[in-house]
Design a protein around this ligand. Structure first.
Ligand code: ATP
Length: 369
């Protein structure tokens, strides 16, 4: 059992800066939770409070039912993997991995067994006698992970562990970390500012901004049901398109008028807008690039939700094409079929999937409906 609960956790640094505001989270045994958010939003501070490397100003940190706010880091049974790996350069891979067990005075035969097991798990068996400087970035990363898992900690914390690797290696290590989590079944908390890592790795994602939790949900739920405009814009790449407009009516349907274009939205959401007193008011609508279409079938299917835009950039990625278009002074990005013949400079009609249009309160940014 390795549950971690943060209850109303707050961090104020000695200079008075409030880096984390009222953080609440229950991490289940064996769960893989990701903290994601832009630089400076308080991810590392929260992680360091869990590890015991930073004092908790207010609130309770509970591990397996015990309040551990005042427990020394070494007594929390937590291992942490840092961004810079922090390997000892004068020690071999084997010695680096043995180190945390030796300082705990574990018998040598048990140390040998655990290091051999971790080396097998992380494919480090052939590298055990090398020094860190004779390893690639990805191999160093695996040694840092090995040194963390030999202790068989209750909780494994990873702070941007892949940020020093190139894009290809990051992709490979993402898969390895997922496999490692499955094999170990350990409770893991992982900090990143990379939304792709967050989407692909976590059971649940905690999205943070300015020291505040914005939303906690599964990757798919966050993607489909962002709680506010910040989360909607942060999760997903290329990011969601946003347009400001006025709530109106078109052919008996609730629509949002952007410039002189009316974009009808889903009837269920329309009802929420009506009931919420939004008729005639300004809102922001959001739609992801994959829910905009340029094919005749879609233009007919969603004929009440169309916009005329001008193609500024056409990006062909092989399996898909992104059209970056200008519409009413805003950019609309559409992911279209690789067969699409639309070219730069073309005036193109794009239809929106009305069921996939998000509506946000223009003042609070909160999702409506
Ligand atoms: P990054 O992705 O850049 O590492 P982060 O989300 O992990 O960012 P933190 O390192 O947790 O952010 O920092 C949160 C905020 O607290 C930042 O504004 C940072 O400048 C501030 N901060 C961090 N350490 C201290 C400190 N010792 N004293 C005062 N403010 C600090």
């Amino acid at each position: 059992m390795s549950e971690v609960s943060l209850k109303n956790i707050r961090k104020v640094y000695p200079n008075g800066f409030q880096a984390v505001k009222d953080f609440n989270l229950d991490v289940k045994d064996g769960e893989f939770v990701i903290f994601v958010g832009p630089s400076g939003c308080g991810k590392s501070t929260t992680m360091r409070m869990i590890a015991g490397l930073e004092d908790i100003t207010e609130g309770d940190l509970i591990i397996d039912g015990n309040r551990v706010n005042d427990v020394e880091p070494k007594d929390r049974d937590i291992a942490m993997v840092f961004q810079n790996y922090a390997l000892y350069p004068h020690m071999t891979v084997k010695e680096n991995m043995e180190f945390p067990l030796k300082i705990r005075k574990m018998p040598q035969d048990e140390i040998d067994r655990r290091v051999a097991q971790a080396a097998k798990t992380l494919d480090l068996e052939k590298l055990l006698d090398r020094k860190p400087k004779a390893l690639s970035g990805g191999q160093r990363q695996r040694v840092a992970m090995g040194r963390a898992i030999v202790r068989d900690p209750k909780v494994l914390l990873l702070d941007e562990p892949l940020s020093n690797l190139d894009a290809k290696l990051r992709g490979q290590m993402r898969v390895e970390i997922s496999r490692l989590h499955e094999r170990l079944g350990a409770t893991m908390i992982y900090v990143t500012h990379d939304q792709t890592e967050a989407m692909t790795l976590g059971d649940r994602i905690v999205v943070m901004s300015d020291g505040e939790v914005q939303q906690i949900d599964t990757p798919q739920y966050l993607y489909d049901h962002p709680a506010n405009k910040f989360v909607a814009g942060f999760i997903g790449s290329p990011q969601m398109n946003f347009l400001d407009g006025t709530v109106t009516e078109k052919n008996g349907k609730v629509a949002v008028r952007v410039g002189d274009t009316d974009i009808a939205i889903d009837p269920a959401k329309g009802k929420v807008l009506k009931d919420g007193g939004y008729m005639g008011k300004e809102v922001t609508i959001g739609v992801r690039p994959e829910y905009l279409y340029d094919t005749p079938e879609h233009l007919e299917l969603y004929k009440d939700s169309k916009a005329k835009a001008k193609v500024a950039v056409r990006e062909n990625l092989g399996a898909e094409i992104y059209l970056y278009t200008d519409f009413n002074g805003a950019q609309l990005t559409a992911r279209v079929d690789p067969e699409s013949k639309t070219q730069v400079g073309d005036e193109v009609e794009l239809s929106f999937n009305p069921a996939r249009i998000h509506v946000f309160d223009i003042e609070t940014g909160r999702a409506i409906g």
